[in-house]
Structures are given as structure tokens and as C-alpha cells.
Design a protein around this ligand. Structure first.
Ligand SMILES: NC(=O)c1ccc[n+]([C@@H]2O[C@H](COP(=O)([O-])OP(=O)(O)OC[C@H]3O[C@@H](n4cnc5c(N)ncnc54)[C@H](O)[C@@H]3O)[C@@H](O)[C@H]2O)c1
Length: 252
């Protein structure tokens, strides 16, 4: 029960790493607000939690809409009485529309920024005052190894949004550390989730695995366990840090 009596809002909790973290956090004692655009997926995450004896509430909304994100934060406090953990996990990777700057339309650039960067802005904007009111807490942002290095197959808007989240991590860490709020960012490597599914087949997975020192792609639980550490009181001296979880890919 590493998160006993804590309350978390997790965005993008319907599928992939967000679902995995929601179920894990609940298993460890947290009450979870499952926030997602996909109502059916979010409802299934909530069912998985309640079936295992945990507590969760579903809020359907879009992270790029401020009112939706505020609703999720307000629901956490209304339903569970407080808020301890903000996990800004929702993000999109659109390799077909978000490419090199010389190939990307302004509209597609803006949509990717709105979801991947403005979403975490809205969650921290509305969530941090609740954490302050509660005497502290943990903010977890999700970057990517693609914000740490250039790749020939570019997704420039995605990369820039994730890079900006590193700067936001440092700024929030310094601003709110004195109030007991720590902010850290996880950089996943290649993780086998629905986000990557359209771009992967068995042959591609095998060739990617061969480029990773651990010789495999990541799975959602690799990231969920990293997030669990950052959410729990075990990490109370961890602030402003970047946790790379990529099987050693970035180390090469
Ligand atoms: N999978 C990877 O290889 C990888 C690598 C690096 C970083 N990441 C990042 O990790 C995070 C989670 O990725 P994942 O692979 O679990 O993704 P996923 O696509 O498997 O799941 C994302 C969830 O977010 C939801 N979502 C999407 N847009 C939303 C919006 N506008 N508002 C609310 N919910 C929305 C989706 O409905 C889905 O349930 C993302 O921020 C992603 O950029 C993923």
C-alpha cells in the first residue's frame, strides 16, 4: 500500500501507460480520477479498479480544454476530499501528420502542442493550488527520449512539446518545492502501447528490440512502476529530476 489514502488525477488513463498506472496506483491504495477522451476506455479502467476492490471516478474530457481538466481536478476534491498526485500522462504521437517542420501544417503543429503541452499546463494550473492546500504532493510529467536526442524520422511538434515539459519540470520544481510539492518527469523509450501500435508490426518490433541494450521494447508496467515511485513518499527528495526508462537506448 505505497499510496495508501492518496488521491490522484491521471490523464490519458483509458489506455496504455495511463491505464496501467491507474490500476497499479489503486492497488497500492490510491483513489484515482481516471480522465480520458475515450469514454469506453476510461470506463473500463474504472471497472478494472473497482473489480479489484479499489476506488476510482471517471471524468471524460479533452486535456486540451481547460474547463475539462479543471472538472477532473474539482471531481477529485469533491469525490475524495483532497488531491495529492497529478500525473499528466495523456499525449498523442501522430507520425503521419506531425513530421519534420518542413512537412508539418500549422494546424497539425498546434493540435499536437495543445494536447501534449497545454494539457499538462492546465493540469498543473488547476491541480497545484489543490496540492498546496493539502500541504504538498507529487507532480509527474511525461516527456520522451525523443526530447533528448534528434531522430531522422522527425515528429517535430511532439518533440518540442516534450522538450518544453522538461523546462516546465524544472520551473515547477523550483517554484513549488518549498511548498512540499515535487515535480519530476519520466522519459519513456519505445513502449509497446496502443499509441505505438499503428506503427509497429512483429518485424519492426524485432528490429527495434535489437537496437535496445535490454533487447526488448518496454511495456506499460515499466513506466507505471517508475510513476509509482515518483507518486509515493519514497521519492520525497526527488524534485526536478528526469527519469529515463528506455532499456538503455539513450545511454548508447
Ligand atoms: N508509447 C511510447 O512509446 C511512448 C514513448 C515516449 C513517451 N510516450 C508518452 O507517454 C504517454 C502515454 O502514452 P501511451 O503510449 O500510453 O499512449 P496511448 O495512446 O496508448 O494512451 C493514451 C491515452 O490518452 C488518451 N488521450 C489522447 N488524447 C487525449 C486528450 N486530448 N484528452 C484526454 N485523453 C486523451 C487516449 O484516449 C488514451 O487512452 C504520452 O504522453 C506519450 O506521448 C509514449
Amino acid at each position: 500500500m505505497r499510496l495508501k489514502d492518496k488521491v490522484a488525477v491521471i490523464t490519458g488513463a483509458g489506455l496504455g501507460m495511463g491505464r496501467e498506472a491507474s490500476v497499479l496506483f489503486a492497488k497500492e491504495g490510491a483513489k484515482v480520477v481516471v480522465f480520458d477522451l475515450n469514454e469506453a476506455a476510461g470506463a473500463e479502467t474504472v471497472s478494472m479498479i473497482t473489480a479489484a476492490g479499489g476506488e476510482a471516478a471517471l471524468v471524460v474530457g479533452d486535456v486540451s480544454r481547460e474547463a475539462d481538466v479543471k472538472r477532473a481536478v474539482d471531481e477529485a476534491v469533491a469525490r475524495f476530499g483532497k488531491l495529492d498526485i497529478l500525473y499528466a500522462n495523456a499525449g498523442v504521437l501522430w507520425k503521419d501528420r506531425d513530421r519534420s517542420v518542413i512537412e508539418t501544417t500549422e494546424e497539425n503543429w498546434d493540435i499536437v502542442q495543445a494536447i501534449n503541452l497545454k494539457g499538462p499546463f492546465f493540469l498543473t494550473k488547476h491541480g497545484i493550488p489543490k496540492l498546496i492546500g493539502n500541504g504538498g504532493g507529487s507532480v509527474i510529467l511525461v516527456g520522451s527520449i525523443s526530447a533528448l536526442a534528434g531522430f531522422e524520422l522527425a515528429q517535430d511538434s511532439y518533440t518540442c512539446a516534450k522538450g518544453a515539459l522538461i523546462s516546465l519540470t524544472k520551473s515547477l520544481a523550483v517554484q513549488f518545492g518549498p511548498k512540499g510539492i515535487r515535480t519530476n518527469i519520466i522519459h519513456p523509450g519505445m513502449i509497446d502501447t496502443p499509441l505505438q501500435a499503428p506503427y509497429l508490426n512483429d518485424e519492426k518490433k524485432k528490429s527495434i528490440a535489437g537496437c535496445i541494450p535490454m533487447q526488448r521494447l518496454g511495456v506499460a508496467s515499466d513506466i507505471a512502476y517508475a510513476a509509482l515511485y515518483l507518486a509515493s513518499d519514497e521519492s520525497t527528495f526527488c524534485n526536478g529530476s528526469e527519469l529515463v526508462v528506455d532499456g538503455g537506448f539513450y545511454a548508447m
